[in-house]
Write a protein that binds this ligand. Sequence first.
Ligand SMILES: Cc1cc2nc3c(=O)[nH]c(=O)nc-3n(C[C@H](O)[C@H](O)[C@H](O)COP(=O)(O)OP(=O)(O)OC[C@H]3O[C@@H](n4cnc5c(N)ncnc54)[C@H](O)[C@@H]3O)c2cc1C
Length: 223
Amino acid sequence: MTKTPFPVDGEISFRDALTKHIDLTSPISKKMLTAMIHLCEAQPDKALLEEVVKNKSTKYDELFKQNNLGLLDILSVVPSLRLTPDFIFQKCDLIMPRYYTIASSSLAYPEDLTIAISLSRFEVTLPDTGEKLIRDGLVSGYLEQIHKSHLAAGGNGPIPDTTMCFVKDSNFVMPATHDVPILMVGPGTGVVPFIGFMQEREKCQKSDDSVQLGSASLYFGCR
Ligand SMILES: Cc1cc2nc3c(=O)[nH]c(=O)nc-3n(C[C@H](O)[C@H](O)[C@H](O)COP(=O)(O)OP(=O)(O)OC[C@H]3O[C@@H](n4cnc5c(N)ncnc54)[C@H](O)[C@@H]3O)c2cc1C
């Protein structure tokens, strides 16, 4: 059993656990590194991890935080580590859900749902070789791959993978009538939820001539 159960019914293969559920790229906690010490076969690797997890040691920041390492990169720090199935199932974190704001109006597009995603990217430096890797954000990178292969298949083919998702109610609610002026402020979410607002106003106006739209202003920030 993992500390959090896998979100699947029944048995799960190692391949599925490692490729679909276990978080291999997020920062590794000191707690997890502590649990790895006795799984290192070489004494210098054990000693290194003991130093890394010590209170007030700067080694954790130097080796793990500054290099942006995840579990995927651990052998670059302690090559003699031998992770066991028990460890993988009991100690490793599962991938947490990422949230994406629905960018389309269900009134204007009842059969489709649009999301707008910006691809996260960060640099990983492998301590043993100094090699620098550009790593895509786990979920935005995965969705980018799906999107690319969908486009490569002409944009009309079946989506080449399935993924688990759920819908959460939004805090963004449009005024009850469209004549009310709206002020849209998107500091964290950007413009995404407001694309749906605009689609909904347009749809309502097109389907009923008597609908009067109030003014709409959008403020958002870009980094
Ligand atoms: C309510 C809500 C709505 C959102 N709506 C949208 C939306 O509409 N569109 C959108 O694009 N995003 C949205 N987001 C953000 C989105 O949920 C994700 O956080 C984003 O896509 C990044 O996820 P990821 O899995 O691609 O990247 P992750 O793999 O989670 O990486 C994200 C960042 O974490 C850091 N990081 C990752 N691993 C390491 C490591 N080992 N060491 C150090 N740093 C690391 C890096 O800086 C990296 O760029 C929303 C978030 C919330 C909470």
